[in-house]
Design a protein around this ligand. Sequence first.
Ligand code: PRP
Ligand code: URA
Length: 212
Amino acid sequence: MEKLDNVVELTHPLLQHKITMLRDKNTGTAEFRALVEEIAMLEAFEALNDLQTVDIECETPIEKCMAPVIAGRKMAIVPILRAGLGMVNGIQRLVPTAKIGHIGMYRDEETHEPHEYYCKLPSPIEERLIVVTDPMLATGGSAIDAINLIKQHGGKRIKFMAIIGAPEGVRALHEAHPDVQIYIGHIDRELNADAYICPGLGDAGDRIFGTK
Ligand code: PRP
Ligand code: URA
């Protein structure tokens, strides 16, 4: 698809390899969950490459020096339930101090419209870098509504991380929230009539949690 400001499609071969394993219909629940976590960590490594650092004094076995650590600004990871939960541990392994919020959304099977059923965000949210996670960006409705909600609560600096997106969803999210940086493992071909991503990986929530 066309290049959009603030949309980063990640191309690292290790990431692409793991996404292919994820797509495979024969990949079982335990492996699927582990892959989602690993992919989230690899994506976060790239998505967080603009974190500010500050130099602190540090004493090595040899001598004292000034060396960088991540600067004060706090981070919140906000998974969109359910499937976004699968990405949290991978990011938290890189940033163990991040607080976790939760937004519950489900898509109506007929209309494909998102419905919110839960929202709990770390307070205060205004000063935090907020990383919203959901493996699938299909029509974009769930991500758009989740980010609307975060902004209504005062969230300002927001990044969105997905594993697979459809061009339709990427465009819709970018149009609704041009200020939000979108990181995505792969942009697939299209949505089908049921608003599933093709070729995609099926239903991410069902595959992470073993429901069907
Ligand atoms: C899936 C997925 C996203 C949403 C994407 O969740 O995890 O949240 O659909 O679709 P959209 O971009 O068209 O809104 P689903 O509603 O199936 O809920 P679940 O995670 O509880 O299975
Ligand atoms: N949600 C999913 O889990 N998969 C899709 O392909 C679309 C929405």
